[in-house]
Design a protein around this ligand. Structure first.
Ligand code: DUC
Ligand code: ZN
Ligand code: ZN
Length: 472
């Protein structure tokens, strides 16, 4: 099928211009300035479908490089399946996710990856890839890292938190980084000092401080900044590139910035929750309400101005990617597991549907430019995670993953409004965005249009990823 998206403003990381986008089958065939008749045909007359994007932005589909669909965690399982979660992502203009396959100590990495393939295959609304969590670094899992690269899994996540579950020792981290330095893959790090946090948590509970807000108070910024520094120092010893996930503390990003300024190949990601939500406004809500916003790293103090600093670091490119860390849990029965003990609240917030909108609001409010929005949410994730050339731009030969975004539209986020995630509440209830995802194409198929979903489970294919473009 040929589709012409006409009269829109095409926005890429490089710039914005009035242009028409011609799609042929699954890929972009041409991007043509108005009046450009390079192809020598009347495109509007010959295209099988014309989408009028007058007054709208035409942007590459969002790439959410950090999601957890149906992940077993904290004694329960994240509530979005690959089917519900990727459909919700599509509604919000995200056309690719990279989810985490999880290996725990004693399990074979290859078996764990196979189990994640099984969950996702035939169920996804949009294209997907996998990072591999290595929860048990040993000689077998180190060897498996080399094998996985050939299977298109080129990024490996380690944890400095969750002792006894996912935590890797410094020696294990060093070994995995050495392996990555040797095979060209990239290490992703959950950087929090888990052993210190566990002590603070046990002390808080013993003192009767059991409300959700203590989740943040027992994970002070020092635990993130210390782990960030340690992870970077370990990476420096090996020469491996390092990508730190879900950064929330301004002091941790300052450590990252200092090392980037020295020329080290280290990168940071943040998430919408750390840009908009806080310890005071959400996590400290009365009773058990704050459980909705328990995630790790935690929401931080608004008074300490972490949010303003994170936006600044996004502008200076010390933070290079915005993902969601989408890890949804229902309030009933899941978040409620932590009634009377915040440490038993499953960690996670659901945002996969709202990231493009929430970050567009940053454009509206003058915090970042339009082009930076595209770069942070699509182009850099594509480059970072080995998808560029297919994803992350509007250019000939790229997959036709395209969003028509209406800057004069309005999106009211809420459980009964724009929410399609499999959750019984929204962490974003009441947020209003001055913009709207109008039309979404995934590899040339219109999957969202006229406020309706037109796709099917299984439209989304597994993406074998290459190596990061940020390796040196
Ligand atoms: N943080 C979360 O909030 N949920 C899942 C795992 C994590 O690191
Ligand atoms: Zn994490
Ligand atoms: Zn995560």
């Amino acid at each position: 099928m040929t589709i012409l998206i006409k009269n829109g403003t095409v926005v890429t990381a490089q710039g914005s211009m009035q242009a028409d986008v011609l799609i042929d089958g699954e890929t972009i065939a041409a991007v043509l300035a108005p009046g450009d008749n390079a192809l020598g045909v009347d495109l509007a007359a010959s295209a099988e479908r014309v989408i009028d994007a007058t007054g709208k932005y035409v942007v590459p589909g969002g790439i959410d490089g950090h999601t957890h669909m149906e992940m077993p965690f904290g004694g329960t399982v994240a509530s979005d399946s690959f089917e519900t979660g990727t459909r919700a992502a599509a509604w919000g203009g995200t056309t690719t996710i990279i989810d985490f396959a999880v290996q725990k100590q004693g399990e074979r990495v290859q078996d764990c990856l196979a189990a994640w393939h099984e969950k996702a295959a035939g169920n996804c609304a949009i294209d997907y890839g996998f990072h591999q969590v290595v929860g048990g670094v040993d000689s077998e899992s180190l060897k498996a890292m080399d094998e996985l690269i050939d299977e298109g899994v080129t990024t490996f996540k380690l944890f400095m938190a969750y002792p006894g579950v996912f935590l890797s020792s410094d020696g294990q981290i060093l070994q995995a980084m050495q392996q990555a330095a040797g095979n060209g893959s990239m290490i992703m790090m959950h950087a929090e000092n888990g052993s210190a946090i566990d002590v603070l948590v046990a002390q808080a509970i013993a003192e009767g401080n059991t409300d959700p807000k203590y989740h943040s108070l027992t994970r002070p910024w020092e635990t993130e900044a210390e782990a960030t520094n340690r992870a970077i120092m370990l990476a420096r010893m090996t020469g491996a590139p390092l990508y730190i996930v879900h950064m929330s503390a301004k002091q941790a990003v300052a450590v990252l910035q200092a090392n980037r300024d020295e020329g080290w190949n280290v990168f940071g990601e943040t998430c919408p929750q750390y840009l908009y939500l806080s310890l005071e406004d959400q996590l400290s809500q009365p009773g058990f309400e704050g459980a909705k916003w328990v995630c790790s790293t935690p929401l931080r103090s608004k008074a300490e101005k972490h949010q303003d600093e994170l936006w600044r670091y996004l502008r200076t490119n010390d933070l290079s990617v915005i993902s969601t860390d989408h890890c949804p849990f229902c309030f009933k029965e899941q978040k409620e597991m932590g009634l009377g003990d915040f440490s038993k609240i499953p960690n996670g917030i659901g945002s996969v549907e709202h990231r493009m909108d929430l970050i567009f609001q940053g454009v509206v409010e003058g915090k970042i430019s339009l082009e930076r929005w595209v770069e942070l949410c699509s182009t850099t994730p594509a480059r970072m995670f080995g998808l560029y050339g297919r994803k992350g731009a509007i250019a000939p030969g790229f997959d036709a993953d395209v969003v028509v975004y209406d800057p004069t539209g309005r999106t009211e986020i809420g459980f009964h409004k724009t929410h399609h995630m499999n959750m019984d509440h929204s962490a974003w209830e009441g947020f209003v965005i001055d913009g709207h995802v109008d039309t979404v194409l995934s590899r040339g198929k219109v999957i969202i249009d006229d406020n309706a979903y037109h796709g099917t489970a299984g439209d989304g294919h597994f993406l074998k990823r290459g190596l990061s473009q940020y390796l040196i």
